[in-house]
Design a protein around this ligand. Structure first.
Ligand code: CUA
Length: 430
């Protein structure tokens, strides 16, 4: 009965809109598809059991109910019926096997990262800096859980981002999952889920957004390994572009403290060339706001900071100085912003969301809504503790961004004007 209720709840209530960015019912990758098939199989098997058992029960209640002036004799009172008992045990074993065999198959399927030739980096990534053995491997992403945000490291490519993973469509990606504090769980419902991130241990899983070429052909009814042509490749490319190329919501799926519910992430699925462009951007990072070299900028910063004018320079001065951002955050390019305790902020201004997926940064359709973007960023810096209770950025700053010590040894909050400049500087990182 509990399965049946679950079925009713998910199909009737959840049926309002299954095509959301977190739906497990409209899958966008082989693992989620495998898991959905297994789920539906279990639902139908248990539904069939419910109908049979319920049917027999209802039949017996109606057929053998007491009637007025019932003078039928009492049925014979027996104990045990070997045939029925063996039959029930046999049926249970059979039903369990029907569920267990596909379950084990699904476990094996999701456990082992497949060696898909087209997913090897060398086969599609035209970047010149790939080492030979890396070219032979799929893309690896190290997923590291923190209270309450995510780091995504791409060790083969030498880049790190936070709360937004970017992956190439149709390619197998191998994930290594670790945690620095408590147990978290990686869940990207439309593509794959869930695997825990456990302190002191490295778990692994693989994900793939969209099918590979072979699987896509199979679903199209095009069989045979020789089937390949520019037209088919084009058809496959437009499938990836139209059905897979998108961004999806991920969520921590293991209770991990105050702001567990606010530990989200985005996965952006892009085409090969777009992925390479993104990697190149992340590698370069950022220069100074006014185009000086970093050496010149720091010389000016130390000797005569007043000559560094304009909102962005003011914001960067706060970032390096009073607000202490660089102690915990890295901004690629800036030689002195190399902190690793907090999220990497390289290209933070280009991200879809801030505060680990909790606040939209770009508009829902992926476009830019400058006003909303600015407002969310400003509020995040001003009210970090309200937006994400218990978070370390608040605590590390003594209970407030910029509740820092001024030159007279007094605590001094950043003014709204300063937060504004900091916010403008951070948003310029794109
Ligand atoms: Cu991390 Cu819940």
């Amino acid at each position: 009965l509990q399965y049946f209720s679950a079925f009713i709840v998910v199909t009737v209530l959840g049926g309002c809109n299954l095509d959301t960015r977190m739906s497990t019912f409209v899958t966008k990758g082989p693992i989620a598809e495998e898991q959905l098939n297994l789920f539906m199989l279990t639902v139908w098997v248990t539904f069939a059991i419910f109908i049979i058992v319920g049917g027999v029960f209802v039949y017996a209640v109606i057929k053998f109910r007491e009637r007025p002036n019932d003078d039928r004799p009492m049925p014979s009172q027996g104990h045990g019926n070997p045939l029925v008992e063996i039959g029930l045990i046999g049926a249970s074993i059979l039903l369990l096997a029907v569920i267990a065999v596909p379950t084990l198959q699904a476990i094996w399927f999701t456990q082992e990262t497949p060696d898909d030739v087209e997913s090897r980096m060398g086969a599609w990534y035209s970047g010149e800096e790939l080492a030979e053995e890396e070219a032979e491997n799929p893309l690896i992403i190290k997923v590291i859980g923190y209270q309450w945000w995510w780091a995504f490291e791409y060790p083969q490519l030498g880049i790190t981002t936070a709360n937004e993973m970017v992956i190439p469509a149709g390619k197998v990606v191998h994930l290594e999952l670790r945690s620095v504090d408590v147990i978290h769980s990686f869940w990207l419902p439309r593509i794959a889920g869930k695997v825990d991130l456990i302190p002191g241990r490295t778990n692994a899983m693989w994900i793939q957004a969209g099918d590979n070429f072979a699987k896509w052909k199979e679903k199209q009814g095009i069989v045979g390994p020789d089937q390949d042509s520019p037209e088919l490749r084009e058809g496959y490319a437009s499938y990836l572009q139209e059905e897979i190329h998108n961004y999806y919501y991920g969520q921590c799926a293991e209770f991990c403290g105050d702001s567990h519910a606010r530990m989200l992430f985005r996965a952006t699925v892009v085409g090969d060339r777009e992925f390479e462009a993104w990697v190149a951007d992340e590698k370069i990072g950022h220069g100074t706001p006014d185009g000086r070299s970093w050496d010149e900028w720091y010389t000016a910063y130390e000797e005569n900071p007043e000559q560094l004018t304009g909102d962005l320079n003011e914001g960067l001065k706060l970032f390096m100085g009073r607000a202490k951002c660089a102690t915990c955050h890295t901004v690629k390019g800036n030689p002195r912003a190399v902190g690793v305790a907090g999220p990497n902020l390289t290209n933070v201004g280009a991200r879809l969301s801030i505060a680990a997926g909790w606040l939209n940064h770009r508009a829902e359709d992926g476009g830019i809504d400058t006003e909303q973007q600015y407002e969310n960023f400003f509020n995040w810096l001003k009210e970090t503790d309200v937006i994400k209770p218990g978070n370390l950025m608040w605590e590390a700053n003594g209970g407030g961004i910029g509740e820092l010590i001024d030159e007279h040894g007094e605590p001094a909050l950043l003014t709204d004007e300063e937060i504004n400049k900091l916010s403008l500087y951070l948003q310029s990182l794109k």
